[in-house]
Design a protein. Structure first.
Length: 118
């Protein structure tokens, strides 16, 4: 029977200590699993997950697995940031296209009225 890895549960559970199997699971989990776990949580749970995985950066003689966990987490966060930026750019382009017929006349420079010039 294959073990089901609940990356999010492991990330929330490793605050005060971790076992070798938990560390190995996190160090070998694909970045996509980190991304899914981060996107599925918010607020206090997400903050706890992030604090727990980035605690390994503060360990002086960290093992290769300990260094791999925050590296994968950081890559997942970069992917999420890229997704959000792409969504905002797409949404902005759509709004510009939809609103341009109404906004454009107001954005054109107006010629000054000669009767108002002193």
């Amino acid at each position: 029977m294959e073990e089901t890895r609940d990356i999010a549960a492991i990330m929330m559970a490793i605050k005060d200590g971790w076992g070798e199997s938990q560390l190995t699971t996190l160090a070998t989990a694909p970045v996509d699993e980190y991304r899914k776990a981060f996107k599925a949580h918010s607020g206090q749970e997400l903050r706890r997950m992030l604090a727990n995985v980035f605690q390994f950066e503060r360990i002086v003689n960290a093992s290769e697995e300990m260094r791999e966990v925050p590296r994968r987490a950081r890559e997942a966060l970069k992917q999420i940031g890229s997704e959000v930026a792409d969504q905002r750019a797409t949404r902005g382009a759509l709004w510009r296209e939809l609103l341009s017929p109404w906004v454009r006349p107001f954005c054109l420079p107006q010629k000054p009225d000669p009767s108002t010039i002193d």
